[in-house]
Ligand binder design. Structure first.
Ligand SMILES: [Zn+2]
Length: 446
């Protein structure tokens, strides 16, 4: 409320109307801004939306473990009303991890704690996270650790338990739809699969507003994520169509900016739906013609007019990964290459290739040559063969680090950048120094 930041609705309208972005759209300021009658957003990771009602506050999303406390403080500077209900749009840690702060806020005050409402899939999600705690910490380190400005989003690196111990379990769950009345306010919770299988979007019919969770996030939809469980691009697109069909005029997302005005809502939701539908339809068409995964990922592309939209920027996930997720959803894990059905150990193949090439140096030189020629996809295959055949070869690892830093520099999505950076660092660890990492990184951060 105290900031020099542009009002989120003003910024959003400017960006949508002009198509020009000249400042960050996902802001983690922890600042509260009033958006509508008794409605506020605290911009965080994730945002928390707060609606005043006659019976207390309704909060949508609790933000993450590192930001929950700051969100509650911003909320308390605005309203002292008790929190009546806390809705989780889904069980990702950046939406539920701050719930402990909402409960700490009422401790010893003689006030009843918020009722937590979520889709029924949130509970098995928490169980799955506990079962795969080490794995999740590891992949988040790789996904978020490889890129500077996002630090680690408060995830992974320092969190011992992927689900913090003070996260509140839902008190009430639902399967398809749930109508909730708090004071004079109506909230219709609707389930759809998209980024997750436990997603809720909340419809406020009186204000024609949708609290969209991660269905709208001002980046290319996180429907492809290479290291995580299945996402649902087709159902995601259908949810966009459903929000348009009920007559949404305002979209209040959990990341990025609010969208106000029917035309703007139609533009953004329409583009998200169209891009996911295009990727899914094209992938299924090729699958139905018997194509292999290899053919599909190199053939299916997003149409030009969708590629540069600010609300579809591939900064986090990217279209190629969505194609893979559609293939996985309908096609199983086998990629269509018969050799990959029951493969030889990678090292056996690599050693054979080194022998055919004559020496590991030949492979390394060729990898660097094709790097210079700009074919980084091919260069990565060659250098992987080299280090797999000779895992402690210093020259191979020096070349590998260089190739992956170059590759990272050419990528836009955090998921690719993170994985390539972690590969480069892995090789640097083998030859025991950080070489030119600083200079390479400053190059690649441009
Ligand atoms: Zn999120």
């Amino acid at each position: 409320m105290n900031s020099d930041n542009l009002h989120p609705v003003e910024l959003s309208s400017q960006v949508i109307d002009s198509g020009i972005v000249n400042q960050p759209l996902n802001r983690f300021t922890q600042e509260l801004t009033e958006i509508d009658d008794g409605l506020a957003i605290v911009e965080s990771f994730s945002h928390c939306w707060i609606q005043k009602t006659e019976e207390g506050l309704v909060c949508i999303d609790a933000s993450g473990p590192q930001t929950g406390k700051a969100v509650v403080e911003s909320m308390r500077a605005w309203s002292q009303d008790p929190v009546h209900t806390l809705v989780y749009t889904h069980g990702h840690i950046d939406h539920v991890g701050g719930s402990g702060a909402f409960f700490a806020d009422v401790k010893d005050k003689g006030v009843s704690p918020p009722k937590v409402v979520a889709h029924e899939g949130v509970i098995p999600r928490f169980e799955r996270y506990r079962m795969t705690n080490g794995w999740n910490s590891f992949i988040n380190k790789r996904q978020f650790g490889g890129i500077r400005p996002l630090a680690n989003f408060g995830l992974g690196n320092t969190v011992e338990n992927f689900v913090p111990k003070d996260v509140a379990e839902p008190d009430q769950t639902y399967r398809d739809q749930l109508s909730m009345k708090v004071g004079n306010w109506n909230f219709e919770l609707r389930h759809a699969r998209g980024e997750t299988d436990d997603h809720t979007w909340v419809w406020d019919p009186d204000n024609k507003a949708v609290f969209a969770g991660d269905f709208v996030a001002w980046v290319f939809p996180n429907a492809g994520n290479p290291q995580k469980v299945q996402r649902y691009p087709i159902e995601w697109a259908a949810a966009m169509r459903e929000m348009l069909a009920v007559g949404a005029e305002k979209i209040y997302p959990a990341h990025g900016l609010p969208i106000v005005g029917r035309k703007r809502v139609e533009q953004v939701l329409g583009d998200i739906a169209e891009s996911l539908e295009h990727l899914a339809d094209s992938t299924l068409k090729l699958m139905n013609e018997g194509a292999t995964l290899d053919q599909i990922i190199h053939e299916v592309k997003l149409p030009d007019h969708l590629q540069e939209q600010p609300w579809l920027a591939p900064q986090y996930d990217e279209p190629e990964f969505v194609v893979r997720n559609v293939y996985r959803q309908f096609g199983g894990w086998w990629d269509g290459n018969a050799a990959n059905l029951k493969p030889a150990p990678e090292q056996r193949v690599a050693k054979e290739m080194v022998q055919l090439a004559g020496s590991v140096e030949t492979l390394i030189d060729r990898a660097l040559e094709v790097t210079e020629a700009g074919d980084l996809r091919l260069a990565c295959h060659l250098i992987e063969l080299a280090v797999t055949a000779e895992p402690i070869h210093e020259g191979a690892h020096r070349a590998r680090a260089e190739i992956y830093w170059r590759r990272r520099a050419e990528e836009r999505s955090l998921m690719s950048k993170g994985i390539y950076a972690s590969a480069a660092r892995q090789s640097e660890a083998v030859f025991g120094e950080e070489t030119n990492r600083k200079s390479m990184r400053s190059r690649s951060d441009k």
